[in-house]
Design a binder for this molecule. Structure first.
Ligand code: NAI
Length: 248
């Protein structure tokens, strides 16, 4: 896989779910991480501040967030090689009755914050010998369901943004890719497990005999940021337990 030792990463939404797993796997692979989350208490509890992880509790939608996170990478680790835009939210509401607030916050966290952090990180990523951007999309960039108007729009936007980043930054040896998770057991989806019917539906999403776990996503991302993926750019990896392959 090639050594990732000494690389520096920013991971957003790192206190729970996939962001937590990505941060832990990065640290175990020798990567230094600026771990961000809105939830300061949980972020501190999960990661603390060590030589390898510095926590920065800011809302990614705040106007200063991108600058704060990139500056934290520079001041703590003197560089930036990897950016993982993972923070995301979902709020189920049919388009017919969707509030502007839902639309704005869903697009704001999932898409606009990703754009802003990419924009701010690019000058530092250009100084890396092999910069890497990984944005978290969703299978809902490909297929949708009732209530997902804002979320599916945001995640489709992620794929368009990431392809453009790949094309613009290729000459600087920066790759940009996205991950398309299927149903993964995280803080976002755990509440859905309380309803037996939804739980059964959730289980049926995978053709494999288990739930998708945050670590499944973290491992795909570790591949994308490694030397083994140095010719992989402008594309997505679907990690969905076969969901998209199945006609229900
Ligand atoms: P999660 O809810 O378990 O974790 C998300 C983290 O992001 C939380 O710690 C939360 O505090 C943080 N966060 C939320 N808004 C933030 C903000 N404004 N600023 C900073 N941090 C913020 O969610 P999960 O499932 O780990 O999701 C990670 C990514 O994966 C998201 O982009 C999500 O849309 C995507 N995804 C999740 C799927 C799933 O089944 N869990 C499926 C497909 C995509």
């Amino acid at each position: 896989m090639g050594s990732l030792h000494g690389k520096v990463a920013i991971v957003t939404g790192a206190a729970d779910g996939m962001g937590k797993a990505i941060t832990e796997l990065f640290v175990n692979s020798g990567i230094s991480v600026i771990a961000n989350d809105l939830n300061a208490e949980m972020l501190e509890q999960v990661h603390g501040n060590t030589d390898a992880v510095k926590t920065v509790a800011v809302d990614v939608t705040s106007e200063t967030a991108a600058e704060t996170l990139v500056q934290a990478a520079m001041s703590n680790f003197d560089g930036l090689d990897i950016l993982v835009n993972n923070a995301g939210i979902v709020d189920y509401e049919p388009v017919e009755s969707m509030s502007d607030a839902n639309w704005d916050s869903t697009l704001g966290v999932n898409l606009t914050a990703t754009f802003r952090l990419c924009r701010t990180a690019i000058p530092e990523l250009k100084k890396s010998s092999a910069g890497r951007i990984v944005n978290i999309a969703s299978i809902n960039a490909v297929v949708s369901a009732p209530g997902l108007g804002a979320y599916a729009s945001a995640k489709s936007g992620i794929t368009g943004l990431t392809k453009t980043l790949a094309v613009e930054l290729g000459p600087d040896n920066i790759t940009a890719n996205w991950i398309q998770p299927g149903a993964i057991l995280t803080g976002m989806t755990r509440p859905l497990m309380e309803d037996p019917e939804t739980k059964a539906l959730f289980e049926s999403f995978s053709v494999l005999p288990r739930f998708g776990m945050p670590e499944d996503i973290a491992k795909a991302i570790r591949f994308l940021v490694s030397d083994d993926a140095s010719f992989v750019t402008g594309t997505g990896i679907t990690v969905d337990g076969g969901f998209l392959a199945k006609v229900s």
